[in-house]
Design a protein around this ligand. Sequence first.
Ligand code: CP
Ligand code: NVA
Length: 298
Amino acid sequence: MKKDFLSIFDLSPEELKELIEISIKFKKGEIKERPLEGKMIALIFQKPSLRTRVTFERAIYDLGGKGVYLSPQDIQLGKRESVKDVAKNLDNWTDGIVARVFHHGILLELAEHSKHPVVNALSDLEHPCQILADYMTMYEISGKFNVNLAYIGDGNNVANSLLAATALLGGKFTIATPYEYEPNGYIVKKALELGVKFEIVRDPKEAVKDADFIYTDVWASMGQEAEREKRLKLFAPYQVNSELLKYAPSHVKVLHCLPAHRGEEITDEVLDGPHSVVLQESENRLHTEKAVLYRLFT
Ligand code: CP
Ligand code: NVA
């Protein structure tokens, strides 16, 4: 594995599969090593978090290390102090950085100036740690990596990383989204170069017709709050609800990275219903964070 984990494309297909296999071993309690013994990891968060922060703190603790959480007020990355200076100072005291940032470029800068590993805990471009847990969950359920995935809604950071992982793992990614909300052009180009089966449709019913899994995420991501009203109207036809599930195969399962805006991109009925696997997915965040740290620090 490379020094940093900033993008799904930092992994080869083999490395991605290996991370999921290691995660499954962690889940079964089969790995006892503690590669973070005596190490400290800085957790830089420019945005709120429940799952990512807690699973990383827990994973660091279970692997023998200690996390130091740095809130937006603490270091004011790029404002109180330059990204470069923060990276170089942290290098003196800590052994790695997990960072959630507004602009993906901040991660690239942290990685450039830190001699220790830097992990993307979500940026505007990607959310690779989330997608490890998503593919682990889909693998646990289906027994395969090359699944048919229908993504309904905004072509955001989560959609970008899912598309990238689908390209590495040989599945099919269909997105139902309005014009101009498709996944990032650079990610699409790289995924197509890898030969991904990729389709953009406007009708969610068409997207789910042969789906093994349906995925959705919020319509306005963190940092897009000003566009919320506009997006609520635009994405209204893209809700994952019981009516939509009627057009999908009966074995379909529904994923959501959470937090969910209940009644917007997904209904209570679906999120709490028999097709939903969101709690298995969020549990798996812990195991996949451990796998990432294990591979970077062993
Ligand atoms: N899915 C996810 O990343 O959740 P948090 O924003 O709570 O970390
Ligand atoms: N797309 C969402 C994901 C949150 C985990 C966001 O960036 O806010």
